[in-house]
Design a protein around this ligand. Structure first.
Ligand code: MCA
Ligand code: AMP
Length: 493
């Protein structure tokens, strides 16, 4: 049986989820997920890795659907609740999903799927009681597909097995000493590893409680913290930046009240992007905690972490987690010691494949089976420190990984745009913000309403925030755009 489900049986009456002000026990989660699983099976013995996509806000229902797909032997494909139809359509097409389970709020958004594909739509509210048996799902089977941007234009589906997921969860539970008295606030999107594995699944694996806040809002977060229930918090650096900015505007008595409340927390973690030392230091002033910074990736879960007990080194991501092999390698994939190299990772935490992309899967591993992360690091006093990435085309903004090439491809379909180049501009709040250099088509002005046009084609967090118009793009002798020359243009403007 799927291990996280099996363990839940031992926590039966404990609260698993708190959402929209209501508590749900592990027993209720087991019952609801069984009911949905039997509905999906509809008399079949096993879904046999059929892809089931779902679009449900962070809530008890989201978890029940996720577990139901696993328990019925399917592959869970969570859809982002803020994506436009174009992005959702891409995932449905790529996975060839058998069905999409939707929450009522998304009924209009998903309606065209039934016309465009052979995919059935399942209204979550319409799922009734069915009787039957659930299959025994082996841990080597595929469990989940999460979409991640890379150095190719379109996002790739990262396939993890139950064994991968179990390894990713259990190594964090051990390293960060999760226990059943923990209560974590989850305000992260549930189509990425950070929200799904590090926060939700680690809590449920441990018999702890995961409380959802579907939309980030600094004031609401502090109100919840002052409620006194929550003792573990994990977020991306942008969220810590926003919380600090909010706290700094409060009257001193309020600041003190919050700081006293936060001191009682057991653990606070930052990840998904580099944590600026200034943010770490300011958060220490706000909360009394030295943030534990860790490093991970959709393809590997978490690989490197500062210690739970021991020195957390600002500006560093820590050491390899137990059970995860990490090395630094040069451009020929030879291990290097004492100098900078690419982080490469091996272990049961590492994903199985990119969905339907054999070549891309092959080229992301070395000949001897190490996964190539593309992140460049160095080891200082036993602690890894990230120096950068080996591609200028990957942008990290608000903790989201964004492909410059994907945005460029979309921009080039606008008839008023002849050419373009997209880059990341360093930014204290967002890590990077997206900048686009546009070369307007012959005789055309800079396109009107570009932002609105893009919003129909790309998720909000992939929309460039800063624009510059040029007559032509700077190129090297090979004709390749020299993106490094573009950054100063944004900084000057
Ligand atoms: C939104 N805005 C932005 C950006 N996003 N501006 C610049 N850059 C951006 N990236 C603007 C909006 O246009 C809007 O401005 C205003 O900010 C608020 O927008 P909204 O969408 O409401 O933003 P938010 O709710 O405040 O979102 C910020 C956020 C969110 C909460 C930090 O980005 C977020 O949830 N990030 C986490 C992503 C994540 O979980 N990544 C993990 C993947 P205006 O009002 O002017 O229109 S990485 C991972 O999983 C690996 C394994 C790992 O290591 O963890
Ligand atoms: P994703 O593909 O969305 O899972 O993002 C993974 C990428 O996030 C990694 O390859 C890193 O570039 C970045 N990342 C994650 N954690 C950290 C961190 N603590 N410091 C710097 N970069 C990070």
């Amino acid at each position: 049986m799927i291990q996280i489900v099996q363990q839940a049986q031992g926590f039966s009456e404990r609260t698993a989820i708190r959402s929209y002000g209501q508590n749900y026990s592990y027993q209720t989660l087991l019952e609801k997920s069984e009911q949905i699983a039997l509905h999906l099976l509809n008399g079949r013995a096993d879904l046999n890795e059929a892809r089931i996509a779902f679009i449900v806000n962070p809530s008890f229902e989201y978890v029940a659907v996720q577990w139901a797909i696993w328990r019925a032997g399917g592959i869970a494909v969570p859809l982002c609740v803020s994506h436009p139809y174009a992005s959702i359509k891409y995932v449905i097409e790529d996975t060839r999903a058998e069905s999409v389970i939707y929450e009522k709020a998304f009924q209009d958004l998903v309606a065209p799927i039934a016309v465009d594909f052979q995919t059935s739509l399942i209204d979550l509210d319409e799922i009734g009681i069915t009787v039957g048996l659930l299959p025994d799902v082996h841990r080597d089977r595929r469990a989940m597909i999460l979409y991640t941007s890379g150095t190719t234009g379109q996002p790739k589906g990262v396939v993890t097995t139950h064994k991968n997921i179990e390894t990713q969860i259990s190594s964090l539970v051990e390293a960060w000493e999760w226990n059943q008295d923990d209560q974590i606030l989850n305000l992260l999107p549930l189509h990425h590893v950070h929200g799904i594995i590090n926060v939700l699944s680690c809590a449920l694996w441990s018999g702890a409680c995961c409380e959802f806040l579907p939309k980030f809002d600094a004031g609401t977060v502090f109100d919840i913290f002052l409620g006194g229930r929550i003792n573990v918090f994990m977020a991306v650096p942008t969220i810590f930046y926003k919380l600090i900015a909010y706290w700094q505007e409060l009257p001193v008595e309020e600041q003190v009240r919050i700081t006293e409340g936060l001191r009682k927390f057991r653990l606070m973690v930052s990840g998904s992007a580099a944590l600026p030392v200034s943010t770490l230091e300011k958060w220490q002033e706000v909360s009394g905690h030295v943030l534990l910074e860790r490093y991970g990736m959709t393809e590997i879960g978490m690989a490197i972490s500062n210690p739970y007990r021991g020195v957390r080194k600002p500006g560093h991501i820590g050491m390899a987690l137990a059970g995860v092999q990490v090395r630094l390698a040069d451009e020929e994939d030879k291990e290097v010691k004492g100098e900078a190299g690419e982080i490469q990772v091996k272990g049961d935490n590492v994903f199985l494949e990119y969905w339907n992309k054999e070549e891309a899967t092959k080229s992301s591993f070395t000949n001897d089976g190490w996964f190539k992360t593309g992140d460049i690091a160095v080891v200082e006093d036993g602690y890894y420190k990230i120096l950068g990435r080996n591609s200028v085309d990957i942008i990290k903004s608000g903790g989201y990984k964004i492909s410059a090439l994907e945005i460029e491809e979309v921009l080039r379909t606008n008839e008023a745009i002849k050419d373009c180049a997209v880059i990341g501009i360093p930014d204290a709040e967002w890590g990077e913000i997206i900048g686009a250099v546009i070369v307007p088509s012959e005789g055309k002005a800079f396109p009107d309403n570009l932002k609105a046009w893009l919003l129909d084609r790309l998720p909000k967090y992939k929309i460039p925030r800063s624009y510059i118009a040029l007559d032509e793009l700077p190129r090297n002798a090979m004709g390749k755009v020299t993106k490094k020359e573009l950054l100063p243009l944004f900084q000057e403007s």
